[in-house]
Ligand binder design. Structure first.
Ligand code: A5P
Length: 235
C-alpha cells in the first residue's frame, strides 16, 4: 500500500480547499477574510504563511469573528473604508451552483461578506463537495432585514409563498448580525433563476441584503478528503 495514500485519506476537505486558496496569496495583496468554518481555516493558514514566509498582506475582515481571529494571529488588517479595491477575497459558501451563484449567510455575516465581495477583483470561494449543487435552494436562504417594522417586511416576504423563519439566538430573541440587523431564513426548496430572485427580494423595502451572491464569484475551489482539489470556473 502507498503510505502517502494512507496519510492523505481522511483530511478535512474544507482545510484542503483553504490551503489551496491561500497558496495564491502574494506579497502586497489586500485580502478579504471571509467568515465561517471554512474561511477560518484560510485565516489560520494565512497567519501561518505570514509567520513562516514574512509575506506582507493586509486583511479586510467580513465579520467581528474573522477580525478577532486575524488579530489573534497577528494578520495586519486594514479598515474596508480605507481601501478602494480588494485584490482577492477567500470565503466559504452554503451552496454553489454550476454558474457559481451562491447562497451565503448561514453564519449570519452575509451583509459585510457581500459588500467586500462586490469590491473584490478575485472572489475565491472555498468549500467541501457537499456544498456543490445542481440548483440552489435546499439550504434556507438568509435575508438580512432592518429591525424597524420587521413584521411588515416579513409580510411582504410571505408573498413569495415560501416558508419563512425569523432567526433567533440561544435566548430565543431575534438573532442580530454585526450590523444589528435581523435575519429571516426562506425555505425556497429550489431557485431556478437566482439573479431574478435576488433582485425581487432586494426590491422589498426593509430588506437590507439577501444571501444570494450572483455574478460575483471568479472561481470555486472544492477540497476533497484525499487531499485533491477541483477548480470550478464560471461557464
Ligand atoms: C457566513 O455568514 C457564511 O456566508 C459562510 O460563508 C457560509 O455559511 C459557509 O460556512 P461554513 O464554511 O462554516 O460551512
Amino acid at each position: 500500500m502507498n503510505p502517502l495514500q494512507i496519510r492523505e485519506v481522511g483530511l478535512d476537505a474544507k482545510e484542503v480547499a483553504a490551503r489551496r486558496a491561500v497558496a495564491e496569496v502574494r506579497d502586497g495583496m489586500i485580502i478579504g477574510l471571509g467568515t465561517g468554518s471554512t474561511a477560518a481555516h484560510a485565516i489560520r493558514i494565512l497567519g501561518e504563511r505570514i509567520q513562516a514566509e514574512g509575506i506582507r498582506i493586509q486583511g479586510v475582515p467580513t465579520s467581528a469573528r474573522s477580525k478577532e481571529q486575524a488579530e489573534q494571529l497577528g494578520i495586519p488588517l486594514v479598515d474596508f473604508a480605507q481601501v478602494e479595491r480588494v485584490d482577492m477575497t477567500i470565503d466559504g459558501a452554503d451552496e454553489v451552483d454550476p454558474n457559481l451563484h451562491l447562497i451565503k449567510g448561514g453564519g449570519g455575516a452575509l451583509v459585510q461578506e457581500k459588500i467586500v465581495a462586490s469590491a473584490t477583483r478575485d472572489l475565491l470561494i472555498i468549500c467541501d463537495p457537499s456544498k456543490v449543487k445542481a440548483q440552489l435552494g435546499a439550504f434556507p436562504l438568509p435575508i438580512a432585514i432592518i429591525p424597524f417594522g420587521w413584521q411588515a417586511t416579513l409580510r411582504k416576504l410571505r408573498s413569495f409563498g415560501y416558508p419563512l423563519h425569523l432567526r433567533t439566538d440561544s435566548a430565543g430573541d431575534p438573532y442580530r448580525t454585526d450590523d444589528r440587523l435581523y435575519i429571516v431564513d426562506m425555505q425556497c426548496g429550489e431557485i431556478p433563476d437566482p439573479p431574478a430572485l435576488e433582485q425581487r427580494i432586494k426590491s422589498i423595502i426593509g430588506v437590507a441584503e439577501v444571501g444570494l451572491f450572483t455574478g460575483l464569484t471568479r472561481r470555486v475551489i472544492v477540497g476533497n478528503s484525499d487531499g485533491s482539489t477541483q477548480i470550478l470556473e464560471r461557464p
